[in-house]
Every structure is written in structure tokens, then in C-alpha cells.
Design a protein around this ligand. Structure first.
Ligand SMILES: [Zn+2]
Length: 407
């Protein structure tokens, strides 16, 4: 296996989480008697460019099936993040009704709806049929396909170039990283800007977020590595922000190499911060396995202890990160009775691997659990306030990462 960016053979294992089904492969009741496809979930660090990456064993069609159940609009925190981003970016770049905004992996139009509301033309690129259809229902033009260099060149030649390209939480999920970044360069107007958000590897390690690792999440970037990948395709990063989203993300502001945007001091500051953390040496990438194992063991001990004491434990949030944790820990519905999710597209189905049923929130009031494990810990505040009523019967919240915490 070779590095998906620089082709260096990969030998250094960053983390081995055993094997699991794809995290979005939710099961219907009639599929419970059938086998599931399990794939190894192992990450490597490239010794040359330090890109941390999943061993690519799957065809990406298997991972992003038309049955994909994630609809962005169901998270209020995420919608608020999108709305703030649009307001600020439109102002910073001076976008107007003559501009074109393109979002890659535009999902159900959760973000572009705010661009459209400002009278700025926009277009979504979204390979998943169900979410693309939901975006069109909002009146957002959506091209149903994967983004890459060929598409970008064709679009720029037959339509126009884009003044703003938005790629939020997609870079990490791209199987052909070089093709994707080359496409960003190809579709940008001469002075256009692309903003790219992805989870920051520095935060993943510092906060032990091993559950953000799953098959569909191919690449894990430091700022150093991202800068190197973009530069290789003539795309220059001129600003960077550290965001709290997804446990700690970066937002890159990039442009054509010869565009007029000047580098901000944030670039050098973040490079220095990463160097100080040791991210330029391979030592940094060793030693994550025992940390992940310790968290997994503590979580499992908590569940077993609760079970032995006759306590009822359930989960909230049928997200990818929950599936990684549950499958790595080998948790099944005997230890975690059900998982609540707000999305009606997930309710009535079963989590991949663990086969824990996904139900509506009303079940919590009915069954009055002793503990609710919040699986998407990045939405902890939103969920604890939404479920504050579990205190009425002495219920508590639990999170597993960065360490087991009960509150
Ligand atoms: Zn590499």
C-alpha cells in the first residue's frame, strides 16, 4: 500500500481498530438475518509527508450507497455553524449576485440555502441521490456526481469558474486526494477562494478522538501536510482558522498560486504550533494505540458494571463516531439497549455491526434510562440541554472520549 498523496510505501501503523462494517451501512429489520461485510480499520502514517490514512480496501461505491442516511439539516448546531460561515464569508469576499458559489458535497442544501437566501447564485455537487433530491426541493441546483479534476475542467469550460468553492468535511473522505485538490484549482476563478474544513489531526491526537476514524474517512491531516498537498497542485493557502467543530477542525482559505490574496500571520503561527507539538517527527505518530485501548476498556468496564448493577444504559446519536466506538469495544444491545436519533431516516433501523436498534427520542421518556451515553460528543451541550429532563428520574449523561465522564 502506498501513500495516497506522495506514493511512498506505508509501513508505520498509526492505529489498528480491528474490523468493522462501513459506518453508514445501517440495517433494515429484514436484513438482520443476513451477514454483513466487515473491513479492516487500520491507519498508517506516511513517513515522507505524515499523511495519516486508512488502508484503502473498499470500493467507494460500497461506502457511499444511494441509501446514505446522513442528512445534515437535522443538527441544529451544524446549521448555526453554516449560517455564520455564509454571513461572514459573503462579507469577507464581497460576494454579490454576479458571483458563483459552488459547494462540494453539498448534502441536502443545508449550507447553500443561506447563500441562496442572499440572492447569490449557487450550485451544489452531491453524489448521493437522496440528499441531492432534498437539496433540489429547496430550489438549489445540484449536480449529482463526485467532484474531481475532470468534472472541474469541464464545468469551468462549459459554465463558468467559481468565486467561492466550499468543501466542508469532504477532503478527508476523498479516495483520490490529488485528483480532488487539482479539481479545486481548476474550477476556481483567477482570484476566487476555496474554503476547506476538515478535522485537525493535532486535535484528534490531543483529545484522543479515535472514534472519528472510520472507513469512509480516508485521510487525517496536519496543517503541514495539507499545505504540502495543496501546493503540489498550485493551490496556495493564505489563511487558516482553528474551529471547535467536530472536536477541532481547520478551515483553510486557499486560492490560485498567483492570486492577490496575501498570507495572514495565522499561517506561520499554526505551522509553529504543529512543529512544537512534534508533528514533523514520526515519534508523534506512535503511541496512539494504547491511549485508544485505554478509553475502550474504561467504556466497556462502565457498561459491564452498570449491567451488573441492574442499571439501564442507552445511547444518543447514531453517528459514524458512535459506530466506531461500539464496534471496537464489541458492544451489543445487551449492554446498550437502544440508540436514539433525531433523524427519521435512521429510526427503525439498526446500527451496522452492533445491530443496536435506532429509535425516536420518545423512547427515553418511556423507558427512563439510568444513563444516556452521548455518542457524538461534539454535540454534547446541545444534547444534554435537549435531554435535561432525564434528571427528573435521576438519569445521568455519559461520554467516553477523551475519557469516561459521567455527569
Ligand atoms: Zn505521503
Amino acid at each position: 500500500m502506498k501513500c495516497r498523496f506522495c506514493q511512498t510505501p506505508l509501513h508505520a501503523v498509526f492505529l489498528d481498530l480491528g474490523s468493522a462494517p462501513p459506518s453508514n451501512a445501517f440495517l433494515n429489520a429484514d436484513e438482520l438475518n443476513a451477514p454483513e461485510m466487515y473491513f479492516p480499520l487500520r491507519l498508517y502514517t506516511c513517513s515522507e509527508c505524515h499523511l495519516v490514512q486508512v488502508d484503502e480496501v473498499q470500493k467507494h461505491d460500497a461506502l457511499f450507497s444511494g441509501d446514505y442516511v446522513y442528512f445534515s439539516s437535522y443538527s441544529r448546531t451544524w446549521l448555526a455553524h453554516a449560517e455564520r460561515y455564509v454571513a461572514r464569508t459573503v462579507e469577507r469576499l464581497g460576494l454579490d449576485p454576479n458571483s458563483l458559489v459552488m459547494e462540494i458535497a453539498s448534502n441536502d442544501g443545508y449550507l447553500l440555502q443561506y447563500v441562496k437566501a442572499r440572492g447569490i447564485p449557487c450550485i451544489g455537487i452531491e453524489p448521493t441521490a437522496g440528499t441531492a433530491a432534498a437539496a433540489r426541493e429547496r430550489g438549489i441546483e445540484t449536480i449529482e456526481q463526485f467532484f474531481g479534476e475532470r468534472f472541474a475542467r469541464e464545468f469551468a469550460a462549459t459554465r463558468r469558474t467559481a468565486d467561492l468553492v466550499i468543501a466542508n468535511n469532504v477532503l478527508a473522505h476523498v479516495p483520490d486526494l490529488n485528483d480532488f485538490v487539482a479539481g479545486l484549482g481548476a474550477v476556481l476563478a483567477p482570484n476566487g477562494v476555496v474554503t476547506v474544513e476538515f478535522p485537525h489531526l493535532l486535535q484528534l491526537v490531543a483529545q484522543r478522538q479515535f472514534d472519528t476514524i472510520y472507513h469512509e474517512h480516508f485521510s487525517y491531516f496536519s496543517f503541514h501536510t495539507a499545505q504540502r498537498v495543496f501546493a503540489a497542485h498550485g493551490v496556495r493557502i493564505w489563511d487558516v482558522e482553528e474551529l471547535p467543530t467536530h472536536g477541532g477542525s481547520l478551515r483553510l482559505w486557499a486560492c490560485q498560486d498567483n492570486a492577490t490574496h496575501r498570507d495572514t500571520p495565522a499561517i506561520a503561527a499554526l505551522l509553529a504550533k504543529e512543529s512544537a507539538a512534534g508533528m514533523l517527527a514520526m515519534d508523534y505518530y506512535h503511541g496512539f494505540q494504547p491511549l485508544a485501548d485505554g478509553i475502550k476498556n474504561d467504556f466497556l468496564a462502565f457498561l459491564i458494571d452498570a449491567k451488573r448493577n441492574g442499571k439501564q444504559v442507552v445511547g444518543y446519536g447514531a453517528a459514524a463516531k458512535g459506530n466506531t466506538l461500539l464496534n471496537y469495544a464489541g458492544v451489543r444491545s445487551d449492554l446498550l439497549g437502544y440508540v436514539v436519533d433525531a433523524s427519521p431516516h435512521k429510526q427503525g433501523r439498526y446500527l451496522p455491526g452492533s445491530r443496536i436498534p435506532v429509535v425516536a427520542e420518545s423512547r427515553i421518556r418511556e423507558s427512563r434510562p439510568d444513563f444516556v451515553v452521548i455518542l457524538p460528543w461534539n454535540l454534547r451541550e446541545e444534547i444534554t440541554s435537549q435531554l435535561a429532563y432525564i434528571r427528573e428520574w435521576g438519569g445521568k449523561f455519559a461520554t467516553a472520549i477523551p475519557q469516561l465522564a459521567l455527569s
